[in-house]
Design a protein around this ligand. Sequence first.
Ligand SMILES: [Zn+2]
Length: 118
Amino acid sequence: MTTIRASCPECGDVQLRPSDLKVRVCVDDNAGAYCFACPFCGRSVAKPAERRIVDLLVSSGVKMEVWALPAELSESREGASINYDDLLDFHLLLEREGWFEELVGDSSETTNDGRSRG
Ligand SMILES: [Zn+2]
């Protein structure tokens, strides 16, 4: 039976079976990682893995998951970053009736402090 030795930050070296681990590879940047739950303390451990380690683990029977970065990361962004005033405005907005309609409605309308949005 194949055993894989990995390291838990709490317990040190631990022996695992291929079914105890999972390999994850990102399709966007090819970054690999493996993760497991420590058999002694139960802690979830995740570590980056080079292609060589990914191949070795997969050939030992470890299941591989392929994942993609969230699409939001490639969205273009415009305008200034939000600040504390924006956050306070948003908080006040959420306290009013019809805040949702206000948010999805005309974006050029004026806010309660006189500033124009949009
Ligand atoms: Zn542990």
